[in-house]
Design a protein around this ligand. Structure first.
Ligand code: MG
Ligand code: MG
Length: 272
């Protein structure tokens, strides 16, 4: 995730100047890292059950990544504000219910009916991959389940657009259009991003937009597409822990993300 609001004009400029296209060898390395990430995330989702703390999920994320020689967590020690910022002290972001992203693990206990978003990055052989999913814990109510399902599907619909000749606006538009059909809204304060040697590279991948607008997608672009969707207002606030972002109206949020390579033949999901 990157902040899409503060540096939008810079991002538009850097989109054209700085997108680093990846070779097929680089994409293969990222796919190997992405497979590790996908497996760890699946294992974490399975144990996201009533009674577990979000700290325990973070500890497990570190242990599971450490089982793969050469793999390390991308987010541990990451400074979103650049070198002067505070370092993120966990491997895993765990965002519960009204929390959208950057959830800081704590002694909070996961409960029946919670929506728990797990966001994880893995660094492997010089490259990052990034993926997220939302887990319905035990029995969640129907509207929470619908929010989860629509967010997951909106990611799939966005990925369909991630092919050569389409644009970033096509991706954003497809996601937004689908989400709004169900009366939900996409968060605009944060966005997806390019990814490779850096966890966050140009371009910024917005979850809204107009068809045909924005940068044209080319083979070798690797992007993290990550719709963040809410049931209520799209305004966000940072919580007192200094990391976690939540909705201002307390409404529920869901988040799904894949790292996707644009290749000649279409979109290749690297984190599944
Ligand atoms: Mg991301
Ligand atoms: Mg992520």
């Amino acid at each position: 995730m990157v902040n899409s609001q503060s540096k939008k004009s810079l991002a538009i400029l850097s989109n054209t100047l700085m997108v680093k296209l990846k070779s097929s060898e680089e994409i293969k390395i990222m796919q190997a890292g992405g497979e590790i990430l996908a497996q760890v995330l699946r294992d974490l989702a399975e144990v996201t059950k009533p009674g577990i703390t979000t700290n325990a999920l973070d500890r497990l994320a570190r242990e599971l990544i450490a089982k793969h020689p050469g793999a390390t967590p991308s987010f541990l020690g990451y400074t979103p504000g650049g070198a002067r910022g505070n370092k993120f002290p966990a491997a895993l972001c765990v965002s519960v219910n009204d929390e959208i992203i950057h959830g800081l693990p704590s002694e909070r206990v996961v409960k029946n009916g919670d929506l728990v978003s797990l966001d994880l990055g893995v660094y492997y052989q010089g490259y990052h991959t990034d993926s997220a999913l939302t887990v319905a814990v035990g029995q969640v109510n129907q509207s929470a389940q619908k929010l989860l399902d629509v967010t997951r599907e909106s990611l799939a619909i966005g990925i369909v657009e991630a092919v050569p000749g389409k644009t970033l606006g096509d991706i954003g538009h497809a996601i937004q259009n689908y989400v709004e059909e169900f009366g939900f809204s996409v968060i605009k304060d944060f966005a997806g991003h390019g990814i490779g040697k850096g966890i966050h590279e140009p371009p910024t991948v917005l979850n809204f937009g107009r068809p045909g607008e924005g940068e044209i997608l080319k083979p070798g672009m690797v992007i993290a597409i990550e719709p963040m969707v809410v049931a209520g207002k799209i305004t966000t606030m940072q919580k007192a822990d200094g990391w976690t972002y939540a909705t201002t109206d307390g409404s529920l949020a869901a988040h799904f993300e894949h790292t996707v390579a644009v290749i000649e033949s279409g979109a290749l999901i690297l984190t599944e």
